[in-house]
Design a protein around this ligand. Structure first.
Ligand code: SAM
Length: 163
């Protein structure tokens, strides 16, 4: 489950690796762009692209609400990150999203909904040096990249069976 679909890059990557991905996007403008992009890829893409897109299901709505009626092994949360001081460092995709969406001030509530939904884990994509999200428990572990990190929160059903 990708609770913050945006322009679908992360979901496409995961689907290309074989995952079935449900994407949730609440911005009507971003959802419309992504829907059109997926439709074009399904109609005009090469065979691997068509197969990948067939594993992606796009929903329109607020994940804080939609996640209550859904379940998934893994939920990915990639909210709009705090703005960087150097705009030169911000990729074009992200600039477009920022213009359309602004910020996501309710990301803590989204994380709570994701933690309640995920059977195995929630993965929060966050700036590498970003401060922890206020109020959120410590991650079970982290995967740290050059500019980003992935805070991984194992969910209780998994932690009960972990050694
Ligand atoms: C940083 S972008 C995600 C980029 C995405 N990971 C990608 O690869 O393109 C954040 C997106 O999440 C969406 N979003 C934030 N909170 C949401 C929520 N509660 N429900 C659904 N979409 C949400 C925003 O509208 C925005 O498009």
């Amino acid at each position: 489950m990708d609770a913050t679909a945006g322009l679908g890059r992360d979901a496409f990557l995961l689907a290309s690796l074989g995952a079935q991905v449900t994407l949730i996007e609440r911005s009507p403008q971003v959802h419309a762009r992504l829907k059109a992009g997926l439709a074009a890829a399904a109609a005009e893409g090469d065979a691997p692209t068509v197969e990948t897109v067939a594993r992606m299901t796009l929903l329109h709505g607020d994940a804080r609400e939609l996640l209550k009626g859904l379940s998934a092994d893994v939920v990915i949360v990639d909210p709009m990150h705090p703005e960087r001081t150097s705009t030169a460092l911000v990729k074009k995709d992200m600039r477009i999203l920022r213009e359309l969406v602004g910020t996501d001030p309710d990301q803590f509530e989204l994380m709570q909904a994701a933690l309640a939904c995920a059977r195995k884990r929630v993965v929060l994509k966050w700036p590498r040096k970003g401060p922890p999200m206020p109020g959120l428990r410590k991650p079970s572990h982290q995967i740290i990249g050059k500019t980003l990190r992935y805070d991984v929160f194992m969910t209780p059903s998994t932690e009960r069976i972990a050694p």
